[in-house]
Ligand binder design. Sequence first.
Ligand code: GLU
Length: 506
Amino acid sequence: MADKKVRVRFAPSPTGGLHLGGVRTVLFNYLFAKQHGGDFVLRIEDTDQNRYVEGAEQYILDCLAWCGLIPDESPVVGGPFAPYRQSERKPLYREYAEKLVMEGHAYYAFDTPEELDAKRKEVPNFQYGHAHRDELRNSLSLSQHEVDALLDAHTPHVIRIKMPTDETISFNDMIRGHVSFETNQVDDKVLLKADGMPTYHLAVVVDDYLMKISHAFRGEEWLPSAPVHLLLWDYLGWKADMPQWAHLPLILKPDGHGKLSKRDGARLGFPVYAMSWFDVKTDELTQGFRELGFLPEAFLNLLAMLGWNDGGDQEIFTLDALVEKFSIERVSKAGAKFDYEKAKWYNAEWIKKTSAEGLKDKVITVFADKGVAVNDDQYLLTVIDAVKERCILLPDFYQQASFFFGVPKEYDINSVKPKWNEAKDAFFNLLIDRYAASHTWDALELENIFKALMEEKALKAGDVMLPFRIMLVGGKFGPHVFDIAAMLGKEETIGRIEKALVVFNG
Ligand code: GLU
């Protein structure tokens, strides 16, 4: 076990959008694998045809690509253990289910849905397990002769695990330590369905074995399934090869009461999925972090901190730093509360940290979405540097910087008009002349000219600075106003003052 190559897997079912908890699962698996020079496998667990959703697999691949968590083996790139889609592996599971039946660890169950419904009505909190399996139609309750006859007649049937009675089974979770279960509490789960498809329980064990998975980190919601999996590893004779498990803590609602669901996102106005997901069945759009303007680096950083920290105060980590510092033992057992304000803080920090060049393409997209084509790359880079400190989400670049690419469409006239007078009008007309005559056009020179004129005309900064800003920008925001004028250039600045004067005097 000690020298076994580290191989981890992310094993999503393609049933819809990817919750941030799902991406955190990918991230923790990925970090662990990369830290140990191991492999990261993507396996699509699509055995439940009723829950299969068209497009969900592509969506998962796109999410991983957006985050930069690229699998070493997957249905797309293949690998030594292909195929990586369970539906394509269907024929290989039956042999294991039959072996379990032969060895007395599983059995055929012939009950029809109607028979099971009747039983559920008769027995409150009915579980198909040790207490009632003798009362049902299966290869444990029927004679060999009856079973053979049913099988010969191709009677639809499933294969169920036979949970032992009165036993305690346990394992060592890398986060939770010793975890144990009473077998009587667990029902005889179906392993192979009537259509020959395995259920998740059988497929996950068989594939983790065949794909030589060494460590499996998954959400806490899978902990109740662990006893079934433990028994299967044992019964199939593979116990020595069982991966080390870690069940990751839940991501909780902001108030800490219960698991964060996509409904909470809609209710509280924040994204819960990695990327937007449109559910064709319900016509419902669930917002994604990507579409709201998160950088993938920030998204990964904030996910890493949901349940993990490096023991110090550091909060900003690159993916490489996480690969180096991550340790599964430092993941907390307790659920991690999701705080959207904090999530935005991470993004703002990452926008600040990313070079203008690194943000360029994303900002071009933000502008293109608003119908603004950005043609001058060099100018755009200067603009990005001028405003990125003020941007929290990527669309903020439009709010903060659209005036660099066009005259303001509107002016915050209420902030100017009540105190507008002839003296101010005269000031700005003179300013036009002084600026027109200036041979240098940089922020310092423009500020000096402005201030000299203010002094001459006995005006205070409070009288003319804000109107000047509104002339150039349209509102009370943006970087240092003389930096803006310097970047806009002489002609444009003067043009904007002239245009605004018409409005302010009107
Ligand atoms: N297919 C399961 C899911 O949808 C995988 C659980 C596991 O990792 O064992 O999350």
